[in-house]
Design a protein around this ligand. Structure first.
Ligand code: ZN
Length: 280
């Protein structure tokens, strides 16, 4: 019995969601759970505690949602161009329906009525993820704000993410180039031609998949000076999405995962110190 208890303690204290798994990169995992940007807990329950709308321009309405983590109680802010369908949860709380749907209000009919409809993006794709239904979140995405990633890299990466969500491809491309530029600088990679610098980064991190780093060869950066946005062609949105994810993955591997592993090992050795060998 005693050894059984000991094992359950390890499970509770050491379990952490795998930081590289895809679902942990999202804000909303489904209609019930999300990754809290404050307590950094994955798979926690959220509720919508407030929502409303305002005129963003003469023709556009923005819908805002305040989301509260049911674990730490902190609140985040999310903007969408859609009035999102919600379902009641408990007496007053609400959650989003999943996959997300929008509420279309028909003001032209005599009695205003509303219908629930699927969401399609600009390219006509069916929006299946809640994250894709929002164009701005504060705090910004879960992993780009991980403070273990140096701020000089995090900031342009957030710019890239935000611009991409608004379909500003020039800003997004510049943000990505700047992030890679800052990454190479932060890692003290000497100034050479771009491909050689990426190869040097590969040598510095032999545990990182070289194929992943090779993807960064597409993201040319200038040396010795800040970037001029007009020097390179913009990436298209699909390429940007891919390169942004590749970059996040690399940053996780370099700055986040080694620290997570170190902490888990420390916890293990702490437990080991307390665990007294059984007398036979
Ligand atoms: Zn929380």
């Amino acid at each position: 019995m005693h050894s059984h208890n000991y094992l359950s303690i390890i499970n509770v204290q050491l379990y952490k969601p795998d930081p590289v798994s895809h679902k942990d990169k999202k804000y909303f995992i489904d209609g019930s759970i999300y990754n809290c940007p404050f307590c950094k807990r994955g798979n926690v329950s959220y509720i919508i505690i407030d929502q409303g709308s305002f005129d963003n321009s003469n023709t556009k309405t923005a819908h805002f949602y305040i989301i509260q983590c049911t674990d730490c109680g902190k609140e985040s802010f999310h903007l969408s161009e859609y009035k999102l369908d919600t379902r009641s949860y408990g007496h007053t709380a609400k959650k989003f329906t999943f996959p997300p749907k929008q509420v279309k209000v028909n003001l032209l009919s005599e009695r205003p009525s509303s219908t629930i409809k699927d969401i399609f993006d600009r390219d006509g794709n069916h929006v299946q993820e809640l994250d894709d239904a929002f164009y701005h979140s504060q705090p910004t995405a879960y992993f780009t704000i991980d403070e273990r990633i140096p701020a000089s890299i995090r900031k342009p990466l957030n710019e890239c993410d935000g611009s991409l969500k608004n379909n500003f491809l020039t800003g997004a491309s510049a943000g990505l180039r700047k992030a890679i530029y800052k990454l190479l600088k932060h890692e003290d990679i000497p100034e050479r031609n771009h491909d050689d610098r990426i190869d040097l980064l590969k040598e510095k991190y032999p545990k990182l998949e070289p194929e992943l780093l090779d993807e960064l060869k597409a993201v040319h950066t200038l040396t010795s000076q800040e970037l001029h946005e007009n020097d390179w062609k913009d990436f298209d949105s699909h390429t940007l999405k891919h390169l942004l994810e590749v970059t996040r993955e690399i940053l996780l591997e370099i700055y986040v995962i080694p620290d997570e592993t170190k902490k888990r090992r420390e916890k293990l050795s702490e437990l080991k110190k307390k665990a007294k060998p059984k007398k036979t």
